[in-house]
Design a protein around this ligand. Structure first.
Ligand code: GLA
Length: 708
């Protein structure tokens, strides 16, 4: 049965090697890391350890899908069931289709009549490898329950630390680094969405790995539903990482002759520290999502969002006034957030009734869109399709359309319930409602929100919904994108609750957090940018005091932080005083002047501390860079630490301009003038660096470097 199978397969490119060991019945990853020259079978054989005391004579492999009964005693990567006495899964590798960058490894378990195919695809231009597992039920009669399907890989011994992206609503994507314990690290998300506190990824590092040096591996799952990432140390000392969808018993059943493909699990390697991973991800995502990005608005328009300006108090007169003022500020897209639909005067009501509230917009939304166009703006709309308010026409007509939990009352969160997207009629209703809006009014952008966890997931047939619900959301987004290819989708879930590479197949922007506090945003943005490129990062200039934290920040700080992503404004611009307005306008201009650099360049995080954070975006040809220095708190020295400009060309000569803030202290102005009077070697800027001027806490400086 093993005809044509090699003992091992070695996929490699200039960045990385992945060696798959096929010597046993089950394929396993023998190596993932630094690109290797030649690999032979005896090298691989040397990895087999001799018998340990009180152990099996041959150490069981940590296969891509390890299961019980094979000798392996760790957390199973796969668990299937056909009947109480039909769960013994013992697959044998039977064939492999291999090309330079792809493997399809087919295994069959005859007892259970199941075929497993592991697909590995090494990206040609980065160190990113995509792994998926395909499970096929070969039975002509029995169904199979897929209880678990986690991609599993051993971790090299020198990677003894992990870094997770964690946080909470209003403060997402915080980086937490910790040493790996001798037991297990279990990250299980059951929120029914990607979650605010458990990003579906884990970063593996050695103790000496830093921002810019050392080995680092990321494991990232492209999935917006329940998920698991685990790290485990076995009794024999080997460690492994697992990632996959979190499935509850009977949540996923395969009919005879049907199959399941797991969400993609991406592995990424860098020998240049954490920052090297960032470079790899950004390049990979930019290349992979080119079709999504190649929308008419490749240049991302600066937008105004009404949420923190008006909350639910939107109406035609107010938004026309906002549009006029937005146009004067140079804003290019107007996004009408929550509050525009029938009866939606607060968050207790109306979700599901996606008809325009005629008491607020007597002639519908078309006059608003037309007014936007007359002022050179495009029009976007907020929507939360997966939800329904109990107080709504939709719920009154179809109380049975929601997910629930038999025998108990429905749990409302933000006064809303979750629609059961497993029902075709629900999906059709949503598709038709959204289509009607997009057909009636020239809407170019949907902010697609999802404002609650799924606490009760029982669907119409009494099953567990999250797996199907997640796929149904993807399918609905895809259906809308197909029908309305000019419409972009932003993924938002109470801020950054649905921010992952799964939904990225349908979305062109993420809303990373509901906080517009510039200080907190610096940290949120650093976490975001460690994996995703800046053009996907919604970043808005919020009001002061900040509505979430109560902190007050100068407009120069708020705008200077917001201009690094896909810039927007989310404050009542009618209430700005003259000087704030002037600063905001200048920041918008600065963003527009440099947005191609910001949205296509190479982002590099510099060495940071609790007191100061700095970063650069450098053009591909290294002729230009924009660099920031944010002072986060009162420094305990008079001057901030010296700033080294990373990522530029050490062989080039640069002119350095301090372009932000516009208003400088006398000492800062002198400093700016002296910079302008000189030129600097790239080697000097990168290795020796520049002394910053004295800064106030909670302020930001932006430098622009141009090669001469
Ligand atoms: C969520 C979003 C906000 C806003 C509100 C509207 O909280 O994250 O940006 O759209 O919903 O209700």
């Amino acid at each position: 049965m093993r005809d044509g199978l090699k003992l091992f397969y070695h996929l490699k490119n200039e960045w990385v090697s992945i060696v798959v060991d096929c010597r046993s019945q089950q394929p396993s990853i023998a190596y993932f890391g630094e690109a290797l020259g030649n690999v032979n079978a005896s090298m691989l054989g040397q990895l087999d350890r001799h018998e340990a005391p009180a152990s099996l004579s041959a150490e069981p492999v940590i296969s891509l899908s390890p299961s019980v009964g094979t000798g392996y005693l760790g957390h199973p990567g796969i668990a299937l069931r056909k009947a109480p006495n039909r769960w013994q899964f013992n697959p044998r590798l039977v064939s492999c289709e291999a090309s330079e960058s792809r493997l399809a490894l087919v295994s069959i378990c005859e007892a259970l009549a199941v075929e497993i195919t592991h697909y590995l695809r090494l990206d040609r231009n980065t160190s990113v490898t995509e792994l998926t597992t395909h499970i096929k039920n070969l039975d002509s009669e029995a169904r199979v329950s897929v209880d678990r399907c986690l991609m599993t890989a051993p971790i090299q011994d020198h990677l003894t630390e992990a870094l997770e992206l964690t946080g909470r609503w209003g403060y997402e994507l915080q980086q937490n680094r910790f040493p790996l314990p001798a037991s297990s690290v279990v990250r299980e998300n059951r929120t029914g969405r990607t979650s605010h506190h458990l990003h579906p990824s884990i970063r593996l590092l050695s103790t000496t790995t830093s921002l810019h040096s050392g080995d680092a591996i990321d494991v990232q799952l492209a999935w917006s539903g329940n998920h698991t990432t685990r790290i485990e140390q076995l009794a024999d000392g080997r460690r492994l990482v697992q990632a996959g969808e979190l499935l509850e018993p009977d949540e996923l059943e395969l009919d005879p002759n049907t199959s399941y493909t797991s969400p993609s699990c991406f592995f990424c390697f860098s020998n240049e520290g954490v920052s090297g991973l960032t470079q790899q991800w950004h390049r990979f995502i930019r290349a992979r999502h080119e079709p999504v990005n190649a929308l008419p608005h490749r240049t991302r328009p600066v937008q105004l969002n009404t949420w923190e300006a008006c909350y639910f108090e939107v109406n035609e007169a107010t938004v026309i006034e906002l549009i006029d003022q937005a146009a004067d500020l140079g804003i290019e897209r107007f996004v009408l957030d929550d509050g525009w639909f029938e009866g939606r005067n607060n968050d207790h009501t109306s979700l599901g009734d996606w008809q325009v509230d005629r008491s607020k917009f007597p002639a519908g939304l078309t006059p608003v869109a037309t007014h936007c166009h007359s002022k050179g703006l495009e029009f976007g709309l907020w929507i939360e399709p997966e939800m329904v308010s109990r107080k709504s026409e939709l719920y009154r007509a179809h109380p049975d359309w929601v997910l629930g939990f038999s025998g108990t009352s429905l749990i409302e969160a933000r006064h809303q319930l979750v629609l059961d997207l497993g029902r075709e009629e629900v999906v059709d209703y949503l598709f038709e409602s959204i289509s009607a809006l997009l057909t009636e009014t020239p809407i170019r952008y949907l902010k697609w929100d999802m404002n609650r966890d799924i606490h009760q997931m029982e669907n119409a047939v009494g099953g567990r919904a999250v797996h199907h619900q997640t796929n149904a959301v993807y399918a609905l987004m895809a259906r809308i994108r197909k029908q309305f290819p000019h419409v972009e989708i932003e993924s938002c879930a109470s801020g950054g609750g649905r921010l992952d590479m799964g939904v990225l197949q349908h979305a062109t922007r993420f809303w990373p957090s509901d906080t517009n506090d510039a200080l907190d945003r610096v940290r949120v943005q650093t976490g975001f940018l460690s994996m995703l490129p800046p053009e996907l990062m919604g970043s808005h200039v919020g009001p002061s005091p900040c509505h979430l934290t109560g902190r007050q920040h100068a407009m120069a700080f708020r705008a200077g932080v917001a201009l690094w992503g896909h810039m927007g404004v989310e404050a009542d611009i009618r209430a700005l005083d003259e000087s704030e307005r002037a600063v905001l306008e200048a920041a918008i201009n600065l963003h527009k002047q440099h947005r191609l650099l910001l949205h296509r360049g190479c982002y590099i995080e510099h060495e940071s501390s609790a007191q100061q954070v700095s970063w650069s975006v450098v053009s591909a040809d290294q002729t230009e860079a924009l660099s920031a220095l944010a002072l986060m708190e009162t420094p305990n020295t008079a001057f901030p630490k010296r700033m080294r400009f990373l990522g530029i060309d050490v062989a080039k000569q640069y002119r350095v301009n301090l372009v932000w803030p516009q208003e400088l202290s006398a000492a800062q102005a002198q400093y700016r003038d002296s910079l302008q009077a000189n030129t600097f070697g790239g080697d000097w800027l990168q290795h020796a660096g520049l002394e910053p001027p004295i800064m106030r806490p909670e302020s930001i400086l932006i430098y622009h470097l141009t090669a001469i």
